[in-house]
Design a binder for this molecule. Structure first.
Ligand code: IPD
Ligand code: CA
Ligand code: CA
Length: 288
């Protein structure tokens, strides 16, 4: 595949945070690594059933950690490809070096580098970039969610009818998958316009922040999948919780992000099939 140019970040000059420039630099350098592997090819390995990993994931994470450590040697770094951290650390970076590895592996140019910075458990900075399309997403607490030099906002759709819903599946082929499919059926019964499964959670959250999806849910995500995107949603005026309505923990969790107006109606569906952090399907009963 021929390479296109990975454009420099179009970082709005009004955005300001002590950790922002390092997050942008790290995402930029990691994005170059990921794009390079995408065009040249790399070996794909299986971590666990259906969950893939490549040299791009691993090398991009190392690159991000190095850049963060150069400026902030004492900060904790949690990353999907091996960086472990105490999530209660005062300064915490949460990194997905390649979100959408399945797309990457199948030569689908829809994946991202996602970096979130948290201070005392509160998201402060989020940077997400698709290095193939050069779509950059920036957010800083209290300063909005930015895309292409504009502050973006969630949609103002008040009902699920005619809404576009984003969804994701974890690498499960059992009851979690059944729960997801059943919830999708219930969304369709609300006369939504459609469902999209693009395969990159961080970019899915950005779609909510851009007002394209009215809602997005997934029954299992990890902190690195949502760490940056959750702030993008919130700063765009949306609401994010787990699929039962509780605050998102910095741990494996379900996730529902909406424009806020659709949160209660979406939650009503997602929590039918997810209780106490587990799939909940009642055969031959009301739920199925
Ligand atoms: C995955 C993607 C996908 C989501 C999965 C995630 P990965 O991340 O975000 O969209 O459905 O749950 O694990 O493994 O490609 O970094
Ligand atoms: Ca991910
Ligand atoms: Ca990943």
């Amino acid at each position: 595949m021929t390479s296109t140019v990975f454009r420099d970040p179009d970082l709005p000059s009004t955005l300001n945070h002590p950790q922002l420039n390092v997050a942008v630099k790290a995402a930029h350098e990691a994005g170059k690594i990921v794009a390079d592997y995408f065009y040249k090819g790399t070996t794909i390995r299986t971590k666990e059933s259906f969950n893939l990993v490549t040299d791009a994931d691993v090398n991009a994470e190392h690159c991000i950690a190095e850049i963060v450590r150069q400026s902030f040697p004492t900060h904790a770094i949690l990353g999907e490809e091996g960086h472990e951290a105490d999530v209660t650390s005062e300064h915490l970076w949460v990194v997905d070096p390649l979100d959408g590895t399945n797309n990457f592996a199948h030569q689908i140019p829809h994946f991202a580098v996602s970096i979130g910075y948290y201070h005392r458990g509160i998201a402060q900075v989020g940077v997400i970039v698709n290095p193939i399309t050069s779509d950059w997403f920036f957010t800083v607490r209290g300063q909005g969610a930015w895309y292409r030099n504009k502050k973006t906002q969630v949609s103002n759709e008040p009902t699920l009818e005619k809404t576009m819903i984003g969804i994701g599946f974890y690498y499960d082929r059992g009851i979690m998958m059944e729960a997801t499919l059943t919830a999708i059926r219930d969304f369709f019964r609300q006369n939504i316009h459609g469902v999209r499964r693009f395969g990159t959670a961080s970019l899915d959250l950005c779609q909510v922040g851009l007002g394209r999806y009215g809602a997005y849910f997934e029954y299992q995500l990890h902190p690195w999948d949502f760490a940056a995107g959750r702030l993008f949603v919130e700063e765009a005026g949306g609401v994010i919780s787990d699929c039962e309505g509780a605050e998102l923990p910095m741990a494996r969790t379900s996730c529902l992000a909406t424009n806020g107006l659709l949160h209660a109606a979406s939650l009503e569906i997602t929590k039918r099939y997810w209780k106490n952090g587990m799939p909940h399907l009642v055969k031959n009963g009301d739920s199925l």
